[in-house]
Design a protein around this ligand. Structure first.
Ligand code: BGC
Length: 363
Protein backbone atom coordinates (compact mmCIF):
# COMPACT_ATOMS: atom_id res chain seq x y z
CA UNK A 1 0.00 0.00 0.00
CA UNK A 2 1.25 3.46 -0.80
CA UNK A 3 0.66 6.44 1.43
CA UNK A 4 -0.63 9.37 -0.50
CA UNK A 5 0.22 12.87 0.65
CA UNK A 6 -2.61 15.07 -0.50
CA UNK A 7 -2.68 18.84 -0.15
CA UNK A 8 -5.57 20.38 1.67
CA UNK A 9 -7.21 23.28 -0.14
CA UNK A 10 -7.64 26.81 1.13
CA UNK A 11 -6.07 28.24 4.24
CA UNK A 12 -4.53 24.93 5.19
CA UNK A 13 -2.51 25.06 1.99
CA UNK A 14 -0.83 28.24 3.11
CA UNK A 15 -0.03 26.59 6.43
CA UNK A 16 1.72 23.70 4.77
CA UNK A 17 -0.60 21.00 6.09
CA UNK A 18 -0.72 17.67 4.35
CA UNK A 19 -2.95 14.71 5.04
CA UNK A 20 -1.66 11.25 4.44
CA UNK A 21 -4.51 8.89 3.76
CA UNK A 22 -3.18 5.94 5.69
CA UNK A 23 -6.45 4.10 5.53
CA UNK A 24 -6.60 4.40 1.78
CA UNK A 25 -6.37 0.66 1.35
CA UNK A 26 -8.26 -2.04 3.16
CA UNK A 27 -7.01 -5.31 4.60
CA UNK A 28 -7.00 -6.83 1.16
CA UNK A 29 -4.67 -4.09 0.01
CA UNK A 30 -7.15 -2.53 -2.38
CA UNK A 31 -7.76 1.19 -2.48
CA UNK A 32 -10.70 2.09 -0.28
CA UNK A 33 -10.83 5.55 -1.78
CA UNK A 34 -10.70 8.94 -0.14
CA UNK A 35 -13.15 11.56 0.89
CA UNK A 36 -13.38 15.21 0.04
CA UNK A 37 -10.62 17.70 -0.31
CA UNK A 38 -8.60 16.27 2.57
CA UNK A 39 -8.10 13.01 0.72
CA UNK A 40 -8.90 11.06 3.85
CA UNK A 41 -10.65 7.73 3.88
CA UNK A 42 -14.01 8.84 5.07
CA UNK A 43 -15.72 10.36 8.06
CA UNK A 44 -15.01 7.32 10.19
CA UNK A 45 -11.23 7.69 9.85
CA UNK A 46 -9.45 8.76 13.00
CA UNK A 47 -7.32 11.81 12.37
CA UNK A 48 -4.05 12.30 14.18
CA UNK A 49 -2.08 15.52 13.70
CA UNK A 50 1.70 15.47 13.66
CA UNK A 51 3.13 18.97 14.15
CA UNK A 52 6.90 19.18 13.76
CA UNK A 53 8.95 22.30 14.47
CA UNK A 54 11.41 22.87 11.65
CA UNK A 55 13.09 21.37 8.64
CA UNK A 56 16.69 22.54 8.77
CA UNK A 57 17.46 19.62 11.07
CA UNK A 58 17.32 16.50 8.93
CA UNK A 59 15.60 14.21 11.45
CA UNK A 60 12.08 15.58 11.13
CA UNK A 61 11.43 15.06 7.44
CA UNK A 62 13.83 12.13 7.03
CA UNK A 63 12.91 10.09 10.12
CA UNK A 64 10.22 11.40 12.48
CA UNK A 65 7.56 12.03 9.85
CA UNK A 66 7.87 8.83 7.80
CA UNK A 67 8.44 6.63 10.86
CA UNK A 68 5.45 8.09 12.67
CA UNK A 69 3.24 7.70 9.62
CA UNK A 70 4.38 4.10 9.13
CA UNK A 71 3.78 3.28 12.79
CA UNK A 72 0.27 4.77 12.73
CA UNK A 73 -0.46 2.84 9.55
CA UNK A 74 0.77 -0.42 11.09
CA UNK A 75 -1.36 -0.08 14.22
CA UNK A 76 -4.50 1.59 12.91
CA UNK A 77 -5.86 0.80 9.48
CA UNK A 78 -8.51 3.43 9.96
CA UNK A 79 -6.29 6.39 10.84
CA UNK A 80 -5.05 9.38 8.91
CA UNK A 81 -2.10 11.61 9.73
CA UNK A 82 -2.46 15.34 9.21
CA UNK A 83 1.11 16.58 8.94
CA UNK A 84 2.55 20.06 9.24
CA UNK A 85 5.97 21.59 9.77
CA UNK A 86 6.19 25.04 11.37
CA UNK A 87 9.58 26.08 9.95
CA UNK A 88 10.60 27.48 13.34
CA UNK A 89 7.61 29.82 13.47
CA UNK A 90 5.68 29.50 16.74
CA UNK A 91 2.70 31.54 15.48
CA UNK A 92 2.50 29.36 12.40
CA UNK A 93 2.56 26.27 14.59
CA UNK A 94 -0.38 27.59 16.58
CA UNK A 95 -2.31 28.13 13.32
CA UNK A 96 -1.34 24.66 12.13
CA UNK A 97 -2.64 23.15 15.38
CA UNK A 98 -5.92 25.04 15.07
CA UNK A 99 -6.26 24.05 11.41
CA UNK A 100 -5.65 20.40 12.29
CA UNK A 101 -8.39 20.51 14.93
CA UNK A 102 -10.72 22.13 12.38
CA UNK A 103 -9.85 19.27 10.03
CA UNK A 104 -11.06 16.86 12.70
CA UNK A 105 -7.82 15.87 14.42
CA UNK A 106 -8.64 13.82 17.53
CA UNK A 107 -5.17 14.08 19.01
CA UNK A 108 -2.19 16.39 18.41
CA UNK A 109 1.37 15.07 18.48
CA UNK A 110 3.52 18.18 18.69
CA UNK A 111 7.17 19.07 18.91
CA UNK A 112 6.87 22.68 20.03
CA UNK A 113 8.82 25.49 18.40
CA UNK A 114 8.36 27.46 21.60
CA UNK A 115 7.75 25.41 24.74
CA UNK A 116 6.21 28.33 26.62
CA UNK A 117 3.73 29.56 24.01
CA UNK A 118 2.80 25.96 23.20
CA UNK A 119 1.14 25.77 26.61
CA UNK A 120 -1.65 27.90 25.12
CA UNK A 121 -1.94 25.55 22.14
CA UNK A 122 -2.34 22.66 24.58
CA UNK A 123 -4.95 24.52 26.63
CA UNK A 124 -6.96 25.44 23.50
CA UNK A 125 -6.80 21.88 22.18
CA UNK A 126 -7.85 20.38 25.49
CA UNK A 127 -10.71 22.87 25.79
CA UNK A 128 -11.97 21.35 22.53
CA UNK A 129 -11.53 17.80 23.86
CA UNK A 130 -8.35 17.16 21.86
CA UNK A 131 -5.49 15.64 23.88
CA UNK A 132 -1.88 16.58 23.10
CA UNK A 133 1.27 14.49 23.08
CA UNK A 134 4.45 16.51 23.61
CA UNK A 135 6.74 14.88 21.09
CA UNK A 136 10.45 15.14 21.88
CA UNK A 137 10.07 18.61 23.44
CA UNK A 138 8.21 18.95 26.74
CA UNK A 139 5.06 21.09 27.02
CA UNK A 140 3.57 21.73 30.47
CA UNK A 141 0.00 20.49 30.77
CA UNK A 142 0.21 18.03 27.87
CA UNK A 143 -1.33 14.56 28.17
CA UNK A 144 1.78 12.53 27.44
CA UNK A 145 5.44 13.19 26.72
CA UNK A 146 7.84 10.97 24.78
CA UNK A 147 11.45 11.97 24.47
CA UNK A 148 14.97 11.02 25.41
CA UNK A 149 16.65 11.78 28.69
CA UNK A 150 17.75 15.21 27.54
CA UNK A 151 19.89 16.08 30.56
CA UNK A 152 21.75 12.89 29.85
CA UNK A 153 22.21 13.98 26.23
CA UNK A 154 24.04 17.07 27.52
CA UNK A 155 26.08 15.04 30.00
CA UNK A 156 27.14 12.60 27.29
CA UNK A 157 28.14 15.50 25.05
CA UNK A 158 30.16 17.11 27.84
CA UNK A 159 31.82 13.87 28.89
CA UNK A 160 32.56 12.97 25.28
CA UNK A 161 34.19 16.35 24.71
CA UNK A 162 36.38 15.98 27.81
CA UNK A 163 37.42 12.48 26.73
CA UNK A 164 38.29 13.73 23.25
CA UNK A 165 40.38 16.55 24.75
CA UNK A 166 42.23 14.16 27.05
CA UNK A 167 42.86 11.80 24.16
CA UNK A 168 44.33 14.77 22.24
CA UNK A 169 46.64 15.48 25.18
CA UNK A 170 44.93 18.75 26.18
CA UNK A 171 44.71 19.16 29.93
CA UNK A 172 43.55 22.79 30.01
CA UNK A 173 42.36 25.53 27.65
CA UNK A 174 39.19 27.20 26.44
CA UNK A 175 35.91 25.73 25.27
CA UNK A 176 33.10 27.59 23.54
CA UNK A 177 29.51 26.42 23.80
CA UNK A 178 27.03 26.69 20.94
CA UNK A 179 23.72 25.82 22.57
CA UNK A 180 20.33 25.20 21.01
CA UNK A 181 17.38 27.52 20.53
CA UNK A 182 16.39 29.53 23.59
CA UNK A 183 12.71 28.69 22.95
CA UNK A 184 13.27 24.92 22.93
CA UNK A 185 12.81 23.26 26.32
CA UNK A 186 15.26 20.53 25.33
CA UNK A 187 18.02 23.04 24.61
CA UNK A 188 18.01 24.12 28.26
CA UNK A 189 18.39 20.48 29.35
CA UNK A 190 21.23 19.82 26.91
CA UNK A 191 22.98 22.97 28.11
CA UNK A 192 22.50 22.17 31.81
CA UNK A 193 23.68 18.59 31.29
CA UNK A 194 26.78 19.75 29.43
CA UNK A 195 27.57 22.46 31.99
CA UNK A 196 27.29 19.91 34.81
CA UNK A 197 30.30 18.17 33.29
CA UNK A 198 32.28 21.00 31.67
CA UNK A 199 32.17 23.50 34.53
CA UNK A 200 34.22 21.23 36.75
CA UNK A 201 36.34 19.68 34.02
CA UNK A 202 39.42 21.86 34.35
CA UNK A 203 38.75 23.51 30.97
CA UNK A 204 37.33 27.04 30.80
CA UNK A 205 34.01 27.84 29.18
CA UNK A 206 35.19 31.05 27.51
CA UNK A 207 32.05 32.06 25.62
CA UNK A 208 28.66 30.65 24.84
CA UNK A 209 25.76 31.33 22.55
CA UNK A 210 22.10 30.26 22.44
CA UNK A 211 21.50 29.70 18.73
CA UNK A 212 18.25 31.32 17.54
CA UNK A 213 16.10 28.73 15.74
CA UNK A 214 18.86 26.13 16.05
CA UNK A 215 20.00 27.62 12.75
CA UNK A 216 23.32 26.26 11.43
CA UNK A 217 23.86 29.63 9.72
CA UNK A 218 23.47 31.49 13.01
CA UNK A 219 25.89 29.05 14.67
CA UNK A 220 28.40 29.58 11.88
CA UNK A 221 28.14 33.36 12.07
CA UNK A 222 28.62 33.34 15.82
CA UNK A 223 31.63 31.03 15.62
CA UNK A 224 33.13 33.26 12.91
CA UNK A 225 32.65 36.30 15.13
CA UNK A 226 34.46 34.56 18.01
CA UNK A 227 37.46 33.09 16.27
CA UNK A 228 39.64 36.18 16.62
CA UNK A 229 38.98 36.43 20.35
CA UNK A 230 39.17 32.75 21.32
CA UNK A 231 41.45 31.07 18.82
CA UNK A 232 44.68 31.30 20.82
CA UNK A 233 43.54 29.01 23.63
CA UNK A 234 40.63 27.21 21.99
CA UNK A 235 40.78 23.47 22.64
CA UNK A 236 37.18 22.34 22.11
CA UNK A 237 33.74 23.29 20.81
CA UNK A 238 30.49 22.13 22.38
CA UNK A 239 27.80 22.22 19.67
CA UNK A 240 24.36 21.12 20.80
CA UNK A 241 23.41 19.31 17.60
CA UNK A 242 24.86 18.27 14.27
CA UNK A 243 23.42 21.25 12.40
CA UNK A 244 25.14 23.73 14.69
CA UNK A 245 28.28 21.53 14.66
CA UNK A 246 28.31 21.79 10.86
CA UNK A 247 28.09 25.58 11.12
CA UNK A 248 30.88 25.71 13.72
CA UNK A 249 33.18 23.46 11.70
CA UNK A 250 32.61 25.52 8.54
CA UNK A 251 33.52 28.67 10.50
CA UNK A 252 36.64 27.10 12.02
CA UNK A 253 37.83 25.83 8.65
CA UNK A 254 37.03 29.16 6.99
CA UNK A 255 38.99 30.92 9.74
CA UNK A 256 42.02 28.74 9.13
CA UNK A 257 41.88 26.92 12.48
CA UNK A 258 44.09 23.91 11.93
CA UNK A 259 44.04 21.32 13.39
CA UNK A 260 40.33 21.50 14.19
CA UNK A 261 39.47 21.20 17.88
CA UNK A 262 37.09 18.39 18.89
CA UNK A 263 33.48 19.41 18.16
CA UNK A 264 30.39 17.69 19.60
CA UNK A 265 26.95 17.23 18.04
CA UNK A 266 23.66 15.37 18.29
CA UNK A 267 21.21 13.51 16.02
CA UNK A 268 23.58 11.21 14.15
CA UNK A 269 22.90 13.09 10.92
CA UNK A 270 24.51 11.44 7.91
CA UNK A 271 26.79 14.44 7.32
CA UNK A 272 27.91 14.26 10.96
CA UNK A 273 28.66 10.54 10.80
CA UNK A 274 30.81 11.29 7.75
CA UNK A 275 32.54 14.14 9.59
CA UNK A 276 33.27 11.77 12.47
CA UNK A 277 34.73 9.27 10.03
CA UNK A 278 36.91 11.94 8.41
CA UNK A 279 37.95 13.33 11.82
CA UNK A 280 36.27 16.76 11.55
CA UNK A 281 33.77 16.04 14.35
CA UNK A 282 34.51 14.16 17.56
CA UNK A 283 31.10 12.75 18.42
CA UNK A 284 27.39 12.87 17.98
CA UNK A 285 24.51 11.62 20.10
CA UNK A 286 22.43 8.89 18.55
CA UNK A 287 18.78 8.99 19.49
CA UNK A 288 16.99 6.06 17.88
CA UNK A 289 13.99 7.85 16.40
CA UNK A 290 12.10 4.69 15.42
CA UNK A 291 11.13 3.68 18.97
CA UNK A 292 10.27 7.29 19.74
CA UNK A 293 7.99 7.64 16.71
CA UNK A 294 6.44 4.21 17.34
CA UNK A 295 5.77 5.04 20.98
CA UNK A 296 4.17 8.35 19.99
CA UNK A 297 2.02 6.61 17.37
CA UNK A 298 0.89 3.89 19.79
CA UNK A 299 -0.08 6.42 22.44
CA UNK A 300 -1.70 8.80 19.94
CA UNK A 301 -3.94 5.94 18.82
CA UNK A 302 -4.72 5.12 22.46
CA UNK A 303 -5.62 8.74 23.22
CA UNK A 304 -7.74 8.98 20.06
CA UNK A 305 -9.58 5.93 21.40
CA UNK A 306 -10.04 7.64 24.78
CA UNK A 307 -7.58 5.27 26.44
CA UNK A 308 -4.78 6.23 28.80
CA UNK A 309 -1.24 6.45 27.46
CA UNK A 310 1.28 3.86 28.59
CA UNK A 311 4.07 5.58 30.53
CA UNK A 312 7.00 4.49 32.66
CA UNK A 313 7.95 7.94 33.97
CA UNK A 314 6.48 11.29 34.90
CA UNK A 315 7.61 14.81 34.09
CA UNK A 316 5.92 17.61 36.00
CA UNK A 317 2.78 15.52 36.35
CA UNK A 318 2.74 14.48 32.69
CA UNK A 319 3.00 10.71 32.06
CA UNK A 320 6.23 10.21 30.14
CA UNK A 321 8.52 7.78 28.38
CA UNK A 322 12.19 8.72 28.27
CA UNK A 323 14.45 6.80 25.94
CA UNK A 324 18.18 6.35 26.25
CA UNK A 325 20.59 8.43 24.16
CA UNK A 326 23.89 6.89 23.03
CA UNK A 327 27.18 8.64 22.32
CA UNK A 328 28.71 7.83 18.94
CA UNK A 329 32.38 8.25 18.08
CA UNK A 330 34.61 6.68 15.46
CA UNK A 331 34.95 3.69 17.77
CA UNK A 332 31.31 2.61 17.80
CA UNK A 333 29.69 3.80 14.54
CA UNK A 334 29.74 0.18 13.44
CA UNK A 335 28.02 -1.13 16.58
CA UNK A 336 25.37 1.60 16.76
CA UNK A 337 24.37 3.40 13.56
CA UNK A 338 25.40 0.58 11.25
CA UNK A 339 24.11 -2.27 13.47
CA UNK A 340 20.75 -0.48 13.77
CA UNK A 341 20.65 0.10 10.00
CA UNK A 342 20.03 3.80 10.73
CA UNK A 343 21.83 4.39 7.43
CA UNK A 344 23.02 2.00 4.76
CA UNK A 345 26.78 1.55 4.73
CA UNK A 346 26.70 2.53 1.05
CA UNK A 347 25.28 5.92 1.99
CA UNK A 348 27.87 6.51 4.71
CA UNK A 349 30.91 5.14 2.93
CA UNK A 350 30.79 7.05 -0.34
CA UNK A 351 34.01 7.30 -2.39
CA UNK A 352 35.37 10.13 -0.23
CA UNK A 353 35.03 8.08 2.98
CA UNK A 354 35.66 4.58 1.64
CA UNK A 355 39.26 4.24 2.82
CA UNK A 356 38.50 5.50 6.34
CA UNK A 357 35.45 3.25 6.51
CA UNK A 358 37.64 0.27 5.73
CA UNK A 359 40.10 1.32 8.44
CA UNK A 360 37.21 1.48 10.94
CA UNK A 361 35.83 -1.87 9.83
CA UNK A 362 32.61 -0.29 8.54
CA UNK A 363 31.51 -2.44 5.65
C1 BGC B 1 15.82 17.87 19.35
C2 BGC B 1 17.07 17.62 18.57
C3 BGC B 1 17.16 18.58 17.39
C4 BGC B 1 16.89 20.02 17.82
C5 BGC B 1 16.75 20.96 16.64
C6 BGC B 1 15.74 19.31 19.76
O1 BGC B 1 14.61 19.57 20.51
O2 BGC B 1 15.77 17.01 20.48
O3 BGC B 1 17.12 16.28 18.13
O4 BGC B 1 18.42 18.54 16.81
O5 BGC B 1 15.72 20.10 18.58
O6 BGC B 1 15.56 20.74 15.96
Amino acid sequence: MKTRPIRIVGAALALGLTVTGLAACGDNGSDAGSSGATGGSGDSAKKIALLLPENKTARYEAFDKPLFEAAVKADCADCEVIYSNANQDAAKQQQQAEAAITQGAEVLVMSAVDGKSAVTIVQNAKAQGVPVIAYDRFIAGSDYYVSFDNKKVGELQGTGLVEALKAAGKTSGDIVMINGSPTDANAADFKAGAHSVLDSSGYTVKAEFDTPDWSPDNAQEWMESQIGAVQANLVGVYAANDGTAGGAIAALKGGGVNPLPPVTGQDAELAAIQRIISGDQALTIYKAIKPQAEDAAKNAIALANKQKPTASADKEGVPATLLDPVVVTKANIKDTIVADKFYDVADICTAEYAAKCTELGIS
